[in-house]
Structure formats: C-alpha cells, structure tokens
Ligand binder design. Structure first.
Ligand code: 3HC
Length: 321
C-alpha cells in the first residue's frame, strides 16, 4: 500500500472510530475496517446458526406435547426461531458473505453455534426450562445487542427480542404449572432445572479474562456488555423466578450479597463448556447429522424455489417487453 493510501486508510479509520464513539450505526455501504466486518460476520452468522440448530431440541417434543394448546405454542416458537435465523443470515449477508457459504460453514462443523443446544431434551419439563432459562438468557444478551453498532444486526435484534419475550413466558408458564402440579410433575421440573441451569450460564461465553473477542468487540460496540456482566444479570433475574416456582437452583454456593445487590454463585465447569464448544457434547454429532440430513433432503425444495423464481422473472420480462 502506498504512503498516500496508508494515510487515507488511517483517516478513514479515525472517522470510523469517531462514529462508533458517537453511537452512530454503521450501515452496509459505509466504510468499515475489514476486521470489524469479519467480527460481525463471525458473531451474526454464529447467532443465526444457534437459532436454526436451536429448533432441533424443541422440535423433538412437538409431536409429544401434552395438549393441543402446548403443541400449537411450541410449533409457533420453533417457527419463530427459524425466522430469527433468517433475519440474522440476512443481516450477515449485507456484510458480503453468502447464505450458502455461512450454512456450509455450520454444516461442516467449522462455524460454531451456541453450546446450549448440544444438550438433550429428555422430558416435557425441558421445554419449559428451555423457554424460561435459555430464551431468558438469550433475551438478556439480545436486549443489549439492540444497541450494537452494526445497523442491520441492531434492527434484527429489536424484532427478535419482541418474539423472545413470548418464548420465555410460555416456558416459565410450563414450569409454573408443573411446579404446582403433582409431586411427579414438580420432580420433573426440578430435574429439568438441575440439568439446564449451568449450561444456561455457559451460554454467555467464557469469563471475560478468557474471552478472545471481548476487548475489540466492546471497543467497536459490537458487544455492548461483557460476558460476565450479562451472566450476572441473568442470574440476578432467574433466582427470584426459581423462588416463585418453589424450585431449588442446583448451586450450593448461591447466596444473595446485600452489599452488591447481586447473587454470588458457584464455579462454572469450564472443562465441560470447552468440551461442548469443541464438539464433544452429548448431542453435538446428532445435531450436525440432523442438519446435514435436512439439507440433503431439502435440496428439491431449494431447486423448486429457484426454478419458480426464474419462471416468474421470465414472465415479468415478457410482460415488460
Ligand atoms: N457456545 C459456543 N461457542 C461459544 C459460546 C457458546 N455459548 N460462547 C463463546 N463461544 C466461542 C466464541 O464463538 C469464540 O469462538 P470463535 O472465535 O471460534 O467464534 C470463543 O468461544 C471465545 O468466546 P468469546 O467470548 O471471545 O466470543 P464472543 O465475544 O463472540 O462472545 C457470545 C460469545 C457472548 C455468545 C457472543 O458471540 C454473542 O453475544 N453472540 C450473539 C448472541 C448469541 O449468539 N447467542 C446464542 C444463543 S441464540 C439463542 O439462544 C436463540 C434463542 O432463540 C433461544
């Protein structure tokens, strides 16, 4: 790069830094550092993969929901997750990566999706725990992302957060019903809480000190709050909710600190977290196998949609001609 080009690059970067400092939204056609583009592609595409893979554990219970109302509610939620994935893939596409490229990265295991979706859904109470805890954790994270600096991502978050509140509420209602039901139902709800509590805390990522991206991500306001801050917000919100349910959080070290007005909690099993992130969780292989099978079996749908779109385009050209 010539001296002149380097100077121009530096002034563009200074201008960009000023815009971020003034909380301006960066739009697709704006100049941005290549690394900013890449960091957003990484985070937004992995967020989208999480939404899509997240459909699998819950989809597993649509045919086994205990009532028509629960079936319809769960169906609506799973369909919402597909829509969230589409918003997020579309937001990532504005950064210059294709849908197919992103999807291929997920199908071959190169791109990550949230660790939480590599746990099995063993009973109906798991559907309640996922709505209450997993969607509850997602909301804590996603509300902060409505202020993220990349415009299309921030706007996608606004729409997604509105739908997530319904997801969290329907899950909490399932837990409330079971916790106030028969002793067997309450035991099932407690068992689900025992299994989903710690993996939900892991959703927020490694501790800040071990986070690869947090410093730069927060400097560019891609990430608005740090992993540990969001995790603490989630714990402070979820513990009183568990009290209302009359269920016990599976953490003997949990205690409220009146000085900090926060709940202190025990050590997270980071060994388990990294094992799951690296592909060695209970359901990692199954999830990717299911996604690859769906991709192969869905080929005819994609071909038909492209053929139909081409036919419509030819019709429009003939009409205009
Ligand atoms: N699962 C899998 N990988 C994780 C992870 C998790 N829970 N937490 C962190 N990682 C990965 C990161 O992707 C990164 O790996 P990479 O460099 O290969 O991408 C590495 O661990 C280091 O972590 P960092 O803290 O440095 O990574 P981030 O700065 O990206 O922070 C994050 C992680 C907080 C999850 C952030 O990416 C984020 O906020 N993402 C957007 C929200 C999101 O993706 N949520 C997932 C759940 S979506 C959902 O729940 C759907 C709902 O409808 C139920």
């Amino acid at each position: 790069m010539s001296e002149q080009e380097q100077m121009r690059e530096r002034s563009l970067e200074e201008e960009f830094t000023k815009r971020i400092a003034q909380d301006e939204k960066i739009e697709p056609k704006d100049w941005m550092p290549q690394r900013y583009r890449q960091m957003n592609i990484r985070q937004i595409s992995q967020h989208a993969h999480s939404e899509i893979v997240g459909m699998l554990p819950e989809g597993n219970w649509i045919t086994r929901a205990p009532s028509l109302l629960r079936k319809v509610t769960l169906l609506a939620k799973v369909q919402d997750e597909a829509g969230h994935g589409l918003y997020l893939y579309s937001a990532a596409e504005t950064l210059g990566i294709s849908r197919d490229e992103m999807y291929e990265q997920m199908l071959c295991g190169k791109a990550k999706y949230s660790s939480i979706f590599n746990y099995p859904t063993l009973t109906w109470a798991d559907i309640g725990a996922i709505g209450w805890l997993v969607d509850g954790a997602a909301i804590v994270n996603q509300v902060s992302l409505t202020h993220t600096s990349y415009g299309p991502y921030a706007r996608a978050m606004v729409r997604i957060c509105k739908e997530e509140s319904f997801h969290q509420r329907q899950g909490y209602q399932i837990m409330y019903k079971m916790a106030n039901g028969t002793p067997e139902q309450k035991a099932m709800a407690q068992d689900a809480l025992n299994r989903w509590w710690w993996p939900s805390l892991m959703m927020f990522g490694p501790r800040d000190a071990e986070s690869t991206h947090t410093d730069q991500s927060m400097a560019w306001k891609i990430k608005i709050k740090s992993n540990d801050t969001l995790r603490q917000m989630f714990v402070d919100q979820a513990v009183p909710q568990a009290d209302i349910l009359g269920l016990r959080i599976p953490d003997p070290h949990l205690r409220y600190n009146p000085e900090t007005a926060h709940y202190e909690f025990g050590a997270i099993d980071w060994e388990e977290f990294w094992q799951v992130v690296k592909g060695h969780g209970i359901c990692n292989k199954q999830r990717l196998a299911d996604k690859n099978k769906a991709w192969k079996e869905g080929e005819w749908v994609r071909k038909a949609a492209v053929a139909y779109a081409e036919k419509q385009a030819k019709k429009r050209v003939r009409k205009a001609g």
